[in-house]
Design a protein around this ligand. Structure first.
Ligand code: EPZ
Length: 427
């Protein structure tokens, strides 16, 4: 298993290219299941989760082609996906357990084929993460869904029907699943209290290019008119806002100065406000975003994670790493997932002072962190340790690098190009 060795103390300076969004790419790829026509996606990042999704889609019968982006792999991959015929409506446990986003195939398979068998994803490192909202929404559209042998067994022999469904809780994945199902349902579907994340908007815009009418894009009420068939389309994936925020925090941590090429401030407004409050400068440039903290200490700020447009849960761990070195205290409250503080004991091994009270963590800034051997159990927790390591005295080794590889493209290369002392240790 690969590990990452980071020797702290270097200021990050230079440029980092922001990749295409992982969490936008995954549902966009699944949208290919809705049609026998070709879907071309540009700017797809090269990540383990994307490879897993390709594997899943191929076993459903999707033909997948991959080519380097316009300027070679530096600009992501262009994927062509064509599901001329669905050869299997089962999403097996072996793939679903590796990546929860696999559950997104449920709606599209059911809508197109009238049936689907999708393994239940089970618990994961950041909490129980049920799929009850996906099920309730599809049932409202006429599906019959049972659980058998650990699988969701869904049927809609006469096809899905448009319906009005109000999410009792905001869910990114359930909104995506239902939007895709609605695209092939008979009649109009109205989704209330839908998620408004930029990844949802990206999927909605792609569905529009595929010939579906989606109204209310970017709002909490989405209205989708189902169509009999979708058409060939080509779509460019939005830049990864979580990667943008992660590198902004890494730069802030080292008091560096970096231009994040292709990064978009409008996708992370709540993060920008929070970071500005902490003493970090972020400005829009022609090529993306410039982040710097060339003078002054970091200040402690309070953060509460919320669905978009609130502060994203996927940047909570990184923000906590940053706050470990701030002047004063910071209260970080996680409201989206119930157990997303696994990075706390690992940060503590590096000298951070963090106390957890239920869903909040009180971070008291310390004058220095020390390198240590650490390990984390999920993607964002792992990268928070890398951020801490960049400012720690001495060497840090991050174990189980496969978590990072699920969501950060060439992290060590991007950091090293800006002066970080970082190395991937193979094995
Ligand atoms: C997406 O997960 C992201 N994954 C997550 O990113 C992200 O943390 C999350 O949205 C929240 O922003 C992808 O886009 C692939 P949810 P998702 O359904 O869709 C509860 C990362 O690090 N819930 O919005 O699974 C759920 O337990 C990953 O890149 C139900 O109760 O998240 C959670 O508390 C991690 N029932 C809340 O809703 C359901 O049926 C929000 O989850 C579905 C969700």
């Amino acid at each position: 298993m690969d590990r990452l060795r980071i020797k702290g103390g270097q200021q990050l300076k230079g440029e980092i290219r922001i990749s295409g969004s992982k969490n936008a790419s995954l549902p966009l790829m699944v949208a290919a299941l809705l049609t026998d026509r070709k879907l071309t996606l540009h700017n797809v990042p090269r990540l383990a989760d994307i490879t897993t999704m390709i594997q899943l889609l191929k076993q459903h019968g999707v033909e997948v082609g991959a080519a380097p982006g316009e300027n070679g792999h530096d600009r992501g991959t262009t994927l062509t996906l064509q599901a001329a015929k669905i050869t299997s409506t089962t999403a097996p446990y072996d793939i679903v357990r590796k990546m929860r986003a696999s559950v997104l195939v449920l709606g599209p398979l059911l809508a197109r084929e009238g049936q689907a068998r999708v393994s239940l994803p089970g618990g994961c490192a950041i909490g129980a993460r049920p799929v009850d909202l996906h099920i309730a929404g599809l049932k409202a559209m006429g599906a019959e869904i049972d659980i058998d042998g650990g699988y969701l067994v869904a049927k809609a022999p006469k096809g899905l029907k448009g319906a009005r469904f109000t999410f009792p809780k905001v869910s990114v994945g359930a909104t995506e699943n239902l939007m895709m199902a609605a695209a092939l349902a008979k009649g109009t579907t109205v989704l209330d209290n839908a998620a408004r994340e930029p990844e949802i908007t990206d999927l909605a815009e792609c569905l529009v290019s595929m010939g579906v009418s989606v109204r209310g894009i970017g709002t909490e009420t989405l209205t989708i008119d189902g169509v009999k068939s979708l058409k060939e389309a080509s779509h460019r994936v939005i830049p990864d806002r979580i990667e943008t925020g992660t590198y902004a925090m890494a730069v802030a941590m080292t008091a560096g100065d970096v231009e994040l090429l292709g990064g978009r401030l409008d996708l992370i407004e709540s993060v920008v406000q929070t970071l500005r409050g902490a003493g970090v400068t972020l400005e829009k440039t022609e090529k993306g975003v410039r982040v710097h903290r060339t003078n002054g200490a970091l200040r402690g700020v309070d953060v509460m994670t919320e669905p978009f447009p609130g502060f994203p849960t996927d940047l909570q761990a990184q923000m906590m790493a940053l706050m470990t070195r701030a002047e004063g205290a910071s209260m970080i409250t996680e409201t989206v997932f119930e157990s997303r503080f696994m990075h706390v004991p690992e940060l503590a091994r590096m000298g951070a002072n963090v106390t957890i009270h239920h869903e909040s963590a009180l971070v008291r800034g310390v004058p220095k962190l020390r390198g240590a051997e650490v390990m984390a159990t999920d993607l964002r927790a792992s990268v928070s340790l890398a951020i801490a390591a960049l400012a720690a005295e001495g060497e840090t080794t991050i174990n189980r690098l496969y978590h990072l590889d699920r969501g950060y493209e060439r992290l060590e290369e991007k950091l090293a190009a800006c002066g970080a002392d970082v190395e991937r240790l193979k094995g």
